[in-house]
Write a protein that binds this ligand. Structure first.
Ligand code: GDP
Length: 293
């Protein structure tokens, strides 16, 4: 897994290390090995292609072939290309409107509900008045789970009225406004897979409440399918960011790269464990370092 990627890249570096001169053919052979190592680390093919052409261009520009430690130089180039791809345009959450609505979407089990609690706790720490709501119209258990979490984090849970998710969302936003909350974190229904019904519902909810932030919650272990998932949610709600969960269980970083590549939308936060405080700002340099080992 992750170890094999760093090991492989280490081996590639060793092969080049010490060579007085490296030909362009050596460089291409190295890039081919790098490509294999990234694919084995679950980085999606279009992302690997993008990275390899980027690295090749930069490596030729930097005259890696003539450098004393070509292995080191080329790995540094890959590290920078990864960090650039992951960096996106970083900015704080847009919470200027009162109430600001943060819509969380994603597949079932991705960690949306847990993340709603974590985000609430983080924003309370920044002095915001926060409330939580779930608009899962068909699964009362999902709404109850968030309600319990709201109690644990000590923020109000708002139960929106209405038969549809969009109606519930509208009513919850009105209530949040009446109660003077700065931020309403809105948890949406998830499904096992992306389907048209789910996408239509989320689009409707996002449109009904004018959410200032529309964040995809994505399991870091999603692997190759992360690319399609991110694309589909992005086309439904024009995502403003992504939260990558379970990075404690998966450090390969393939999902983060896929999101950045397919949507250009930045990863904002990462979940680093099941506990409510296991939540951090995303750091592109650190993630690039982790991917390379
Ligand atoms: P939802 O269906 O998207 O609302 O997912 P849940 O919030 O119910 O989370 C699904 C499972 O993932 C639960 O067992 C959570 O404890 C777990 N989980 C969520 N975030 C993280 C994380 O960052 N790290 C780990 N290890 N587990 C997480």
């Amino acid at each position: 897994m992750f170890n094999s990627l760093s090991e492989k890249l280490g081996n590639i570096a060793n092969k080049l290390r010490g060579s007085a001169r490296v030909s362009e053919a050596d460089l291409d052979a190295t890039l081919r090995e790098m490509r294999m190592a990234l694919l084995e680390a679950d980085v999606a093919l279009p992302v690997v292609r993008h990275l390899m052409s980027e690295v090749r261009e930069r490596a030729l520009g930097a005259e890696v072939a003539k450098s004393l430690q070509p292995g080191q130089v080329i790995i540094k180039i890959l590290n920078d290309a990864l960090a650039d791809l992951l960096g996106g345009q970083r900015r704080d959450l847009n919470l200027s409107k009162i109430p600001s609505v943060i819509l969380l979407c994603g597949l079932q089990g991705a960690g949306k509900t847990t993340t709603a609690g974590k985000l609430a706790r983080l924003l309370i720490g920044q002095g915001k008045k926060v409330a939580l709501t779930s608009v899962d119209a068909t699964r009362p258990a999902a709404r109850e789970q968030l309600q319990v979490l709201a109690g644990q984090v000590d923020v109000p849970y708002i139960a929106g009225d209405g038969a549809s998710a969009a109606a519930m969302a509208k009513s919850a936003v009105k209530q949040a406004g009446r109660d003077g909350h700065h931020v309403l974190i809105l948890d949406t229904a998830g499904r096992q897979v992306v389907d048209d019904e789910l996408m239509a519902e989320i689009r409707e909810v996002a449109g009904a409440v004018g959410a200032t932030e529309r964040l995809l919650v994505l399991d870091a272990m999603t692997g190759q399918t992360a690319l399609q998932i991110a694309e589909q949610f992005h086309s439904a709600v024009n995502m403003s960011g992504c939260i990558l969960t379970k990075t404690d269980a998966d450090v390969r970083g393939g999902a983060a790269l896929s999101v950045a590549h397919s949507t250009g939308v930045p990863v904002r936060y990462v979940g680093t464990g099941e506990k409510i405080d296991a939540f951090e700002l995303f750091d592109p340099q650190r993630m690039a370092g982790r991917i390379l080992g």
